[in-house]
Each structure stands twice: as structure tokens, then as C-alpha cells.
Design a protein. Structure first.
Length: 128
């Protein structure tokens, strides 16, 4: 069982994430099986789906459920150049992938600082 995120709902959906070994960037497993730095490119898996398929049911693999998908991806993580593979529960009320927990939303979308309070913005170009 994926011990990093044990809050997955049986009827929900998840994406698979890791960190790239080369630079430590957060990456998401995409539809084509490669790692993307964008969560909106991530493949969505049903947590308890048959055959480890995605919500669309297009996958015909031999794994059952998200735990099997995570185990299969984790087994090849070194060859893929990633580390720390685990699943992230998604919110059900969004058309695009949005993680259910604040921690994972920060990993996916960046810091939770409002742009008005950020120390540097694009408007601050004359700083010397």
C-alpha cells in the first residue's frame, strides 16, 4: 500500500507523482507513460478501477486499482529517472486535475502566497 497518501477514496481518482532525479522537479505520470512537469498532462486513474485503467477506461493493462499502478511505476522509477513515486487523490468537483490536499496543491501549482504579497513580481523590473 502507498503509505504516503492513505486518504484515497474507493470511488475517487488519483494521479501518480514523483520527483525527477536530475533536478528534483515535481513530475506527473502522463497519458503516454512519460513524466511531465504539468499536472494537467497527468493521466487520471480510478482508485479502485478494474485493470488499473483510467477514468475513460481506455487502458487495458493487467493491474487492478491505483495501488498496483503505483507499484508498477515504482518498480521502474530508477530507469525512468525519478524517485519517490506515489499517488495523489484528486478532488471530485473539478474538470481538471486538482489534488485533494493542500500539500499536494502546493506541489502542483506552486506556493500559496498571493501575488500582491510576493517579494518579486514581473512589475518590479527596475530593481537595482
Amino acid at each position: 500500500m502507498d503509505v504516503r497518501n492513505n486518504r484515497r477514496q474507493a470511488g475517487g481518482s488519483s494521479v501518480v507523482t514523483a520527483n525527477r532525479l536530475l533536478d528534483g522537479r515535481i513530475v506527473w505520470l502522463a497519458e503516454d507513460g512519460v513524466w511531465s512537469d504539468r499536472i494537467d498532462a497527468a493521466r487520471i486513474f480510478a482508485n479502485d478501477g478494474p485493470e488499473g485503467g483510467s477514468e475513460s477506461g481506455s487502458e487495458s493493462g493487467s493491474n487492478g486499482g491505483i495501488e498496483s499502478v503505483i507499484a508498477a511505476v515504482a518498480a521502474r522509477q530508477q530507469a525512468d529517472g525519478v524517485v519517490g513515486v506515489y499517488g495523489v487523490q484528486l478532488r471530485d468537483d473539478s474538470a481538471t486535475p486538482v489534488p485533494a490536499t493542500v500539500r499536494e496543491r502546493i506541489r502542483a501549482f506552486g506556493p500559496s502566497v498571493h501575488p500582491e504579497f510576493a517579494p518579486f513580481t514581473e512589475a518590479t523590473t527596475n530593481v537595482r
